[in-house]
Design a protein around this ligand. Structure first.
Ligand code: AMP
Ligand code: MN
Ligand code: MN
Length: 358
């Protein structure tokens, strides 16, 4: 394993039993706080709300779900069942009986809510990042899982909670987000089997996917055009595997009247670039602060780059917070890419092979 401190093995029988006990031991009037990572994506929100709906079915009444930072749910997730569980971070139980964390590889991803790991009676962590630091008390961390929602389904099953349409929709949004709608490497037979169980509850995949992935304001379409128009291709980067990158500023967002989360989908357009293995979008968060998304097609372990620069993620999808100017942030990425190339092999040679015999 190239990065992180965790092991690649999934939860043991003892881990599952400890997690089940932690939930069952919550007193009848006990408070449960669910927390997902900052800037929540579909896996973070879907896993958290799906589990919350499951706890509700178990009869847990004092139940909150939250995430650090501004209490703003990105528009693509406005249709998720269980949104009524959400409270702003400032209103979250200060000392819950049980805290459950979702899709966060490290405690830093919990932002200002990190203190709940100490103030809660028990801290349970559900995640699938190989780089998970094993923060918290009980760990259900499965690096082989395509999404945190796979772990959530496993725990709900062991708690005896059947899937209903509400839970299933949340877990489906999570699963499709992290597998790129069943396109990425992690899309195993088990992933499709889980999708089949979720769809069997009667949820409508076409409606859900349109809302979550294929729906954005015209201003965002124009903004994407502008930001894609300034993309740069650097064929020599990453030992010749190539880098493509672009950036978006707060001013870009303001000119097009858009919220920052609309930029989350931008990496999917950038990473299509045939001439580059590595793609990158640098998104301004504050004057000298940038949220960086990195993707690889398989030749580079971008989690290595992200971890070296203070972030984390998966081998082929990772991120970090960059400081300074966008150019300085990209320069730091360039400096890490050569060390993150996986294996040997000269991909330049492979790329020159034509589909026609010469
Ligand atoms: P994103 O590019 O934001 O979709 O993130 C891709 C992956 O990188 C996800 O698995 C995130 O959990 C991880 N990631 C993104 N930003 C950070 C960060 N600042 N620190 C740690 N991990 C991150
Ligand atoms: Mn996530
Ligand atoms: Mn995830």
């Amino acid at each position: 394993m190239l990065s992180g401190t965790g092991s690649d093995a999934g939860p043991t029988g003892a881990d599952w039993a400890a997690a089940v006990d932690a939930v069952r031991q919550v007193p009848a009037d006990g408070r449960v706080l669910l927390i997902c990572h900052v800037n929540p994506d579909g896996d973070a929100l879907g896993s958290m709300l799906g589990f919350g709906l499951g706890l509700r079915r178990l009869g847990v009444r004092r139940l909150q779900a939250t995430f650090p930072g501004p209490p703003e749910v990105p528009e693509p997730f406005h249709g998720l069942p269980g949104l009524d569980l959400l409270v702003p971070a400032t209103e979250a139980y200060p000392d819950p009986d049980l805290v459950v964390c979702f899709d966060a590889a490290s405690a830093s991803r919990l932002g200002d809510l990190v203190d709940r790991l100490d103030t809660a009676g028990t801290a349970l962590v559900l995640d699938h990042h190989a780089s998970n630091t094993r923060f918290g008390g009980i760990h259900l961390v499965d690096p082989a899982a395509a999404a945190t929602s796979v772990v959530v389904e496993g725990l709900l099953d062991r708690l005896g909670v059947p899937l209903d349409a509400g839970i299933a929709e949340c877990l489906y949004v999570a699963l499709t987000t992290d597998t790129g709608s069943f396109r990425f490497e992690a899309t195993t037979p088990a992933v499709h089997e889980m999708a089949a169980r979720l769809l069997a509850t009667g949820i409508r995949p076409g409606d859900i996917s349109r809302r979550v992935f294929d729906h954005r304001p015209f201003g965002a379409v124009r903004l994407f055009g502008e930001v894609l128009g300034r993309a740069r291709l650097e064929p020599p980067a990453a030992g010749g595997r190539g880098l493509v990158w672009t950036y978006a500023t707060l001013d870009d967002l303001a000119r097009h009247g858009q919220r920052p989360y609309v930029l989350e989908a931008l990496i999917d357009s950038v990473r299509c670039t045939a001439e580059a293995d590595v793609s990158c979008v640098v998104k301004q968060v504050a004057a000298e602060e940038w949220a960086v998304s990195l993707r690889s097609k398989g030749a580079v372990d971008v989690s290595r780059v992200a971890v070296a620069l203070g972030g984390g993620g998966h081998r082929f999808a990772a991120g970090f917070t960059g400081r300074g100017t966008a150019d300085e942030v990209v320069e730091r990425i360039r400096g890490q890419l050569d060390d993150a190339v996986i294996g040997g092999g000269d991909q330049q040679e492979q790329r020159r092979v034509s589909v026609f015999p010469r």
